[in-house]
Write a protein that binds this ligand. Structure first.
Ligand SMILES: Cc1ncc(COP(=O)(O)O)c(C=O)c1O
Length: 385
């Protein structure tokens, strides 16, 4: 039997009938945009993420640009982020006219290295061309960034902090959420994500009422919100009053209905992913250069299970021949890609990022990976010279 890299059908076998029913209920209701399931899902998501507000949006990329827009980030501003991440993390920064500044990672967790961040900020300040404004930390492969140290740096320099938890939503550090340190957490419901829907979707989690209200406006074309109306009277329905330039970035009601069902089993799925990861770690350690290590006190959602091997490309070919699918996240870091190579990097380049991009490879990972299949994968890795 062929091995799936991510087996979405296994989850469907578990809750498929309930999801079909939930989706059909939306179809019957006709409330395709901002229907009641959207609010129900947002309330559940806020409770799960221990946030005051959860606001859904069209995808995890918009989720990152929304706070940048809400804070008025623009030309002349510097936004610090890793280069070892998916394009979305950095892509949104030039949308606002600001400049990404790429920061190196920790060689063990692959997340932003706080010392490298500190140095990159000092360099930008010394150069005087850009004004440091925001840090985007990424919970890469599912594990939390070093929020205690990163947030301390942000406080010291007066910078906002975004937790890009597209891969890590549900992760914790010392029992706390990224939002306990960050100004805002963003996530993606892209189908392959640990909490994915049946299309595109995203959300922000935020505790600050004013920021939440502004993002609520921005996600619907800059619509008027309660604080815009305070003390004002209108001789027309203010519904179509645009107070600011916004986006069309709503989560479809059908996707919210799917996500309500998936959120109900999400904690159990995170536990299952941790079971799979622990089993991989124990068996693979003697056979590869590095098995993943989670930051002390951290719990990962294991969006990816990523090992390192000095002959990564040889291992990929060997596993393919044995019917084991793999993926490389990320073979070319952003600061080396045509769209991003003109933007500044902290320090004299990003040596840890470059090294990781040559040796990382991700193995099949999902909550429904049974032990027999996992043993086949482990044996295939172990049999590589
Ligand atoms: C780290 C990271 N940030 C942001 C995103 C963007 O999410 P989306 O694809 O929903 O726009 C993704 C995933 O695709 C991601 O992996």
């Amino acid at each position: 039997m062929s091995i799936a890299f991510i087996d979405l059908n296994a989850q469907r076998r578990r809750i498929g009938p309930r999801m079909t029913e939930a989706m059909m209920a939306v179809v019957e209701s006709g409330a395709f945009i901002m229907g009641p399931p959207v609010r129900t899902f947002e309330a559940g998501l806020a409770a799960f993420g221990k946030a005051k507000h959860a606001l859904s949006c069209a995808n995890g990329t918009d989720a990152i640009v929304l706070p940048l827009m809400a804070w008025g980030i623009g030309p002349g501003d510097a936004v610090f982020c890793p280069s070892f991440t998916f394009a979305s993390t950095a892509e949104v920064v030039p949308w606002t006219g600001a400049s990404p500044v790429f920061v190196d990672i920790d060689p063990v967790t692959y997340n932003m290295d706080p010392a490298a961040l500190d140095r990159a900020i000092a360099e930008v300040v010394a150069k005087g061309e850009l004004t440091p404004k925001v840090v985007i930390a990424v919970d890469l492969f599912g594990q939390p960034a070093d929020y205690p140290r990163i947030s301390e740096i942000c406080r010291r320099h007066g910078l906002k902090l975004i937790a890009d938890s597209a891969q890590g939503f549900g992760c914790t550090l010392n029992g706390q959420q990224p939002l306990d340190w960050a100004d805002i957490t963003t996530t993606s419901f892209y189908p392959a994500k640990p909490l994915g829907c049946y299309g595109d979707g995203g959300a922000v989690l935020v505790n600050d009422d004013a920021l939440a209200e502004r993002i609520d406006s921005l996600r619907v074309h800059g619509k008027v919100v309660a604080s815009d109306l305070a003390g004002q009277t209108f001789d027309h329905d203010p519904k179509y009053l645009s107070m600011r330039i916004g986006l069309n970035s709503r989560l479809d009601t059908i996707q919210a209905a799917v996500l309500i069902e998936k959120l109900a089993i999400f904690a159990d799925e995170i536990a299952q992913r941790n079971r799979v990861a622990a089993r991989y770690n124990a068996a693979l350690k003697p056979h590869v250069s590095r098995v993943p290590e989670v930051i002390p006190g951290g719990v990962s959602t294991w969006a990816q299970y990523t090992i390192e091997h000095e002959d990564r490309d040889g291992l990929v070919q060997h596993l393919r021949a044995q019917g084991v699918p793999t993926a490389v996240y990320y073979p070319v870091p952003l600061h080396r890609q045509p769209a991003y190579e003109m933007y500044p990097v902290g320090g004299n380049g990003l040596p840890v990022t470059d090294a990781a991009s040559r040796t990382v490879v991700s193995l099949p990972m999902h909550p429904y990976l049974d032990e027999a299949t996992q043993d086949r994968i482990i044996a295939a890795v172990a049999s590589f010279g």
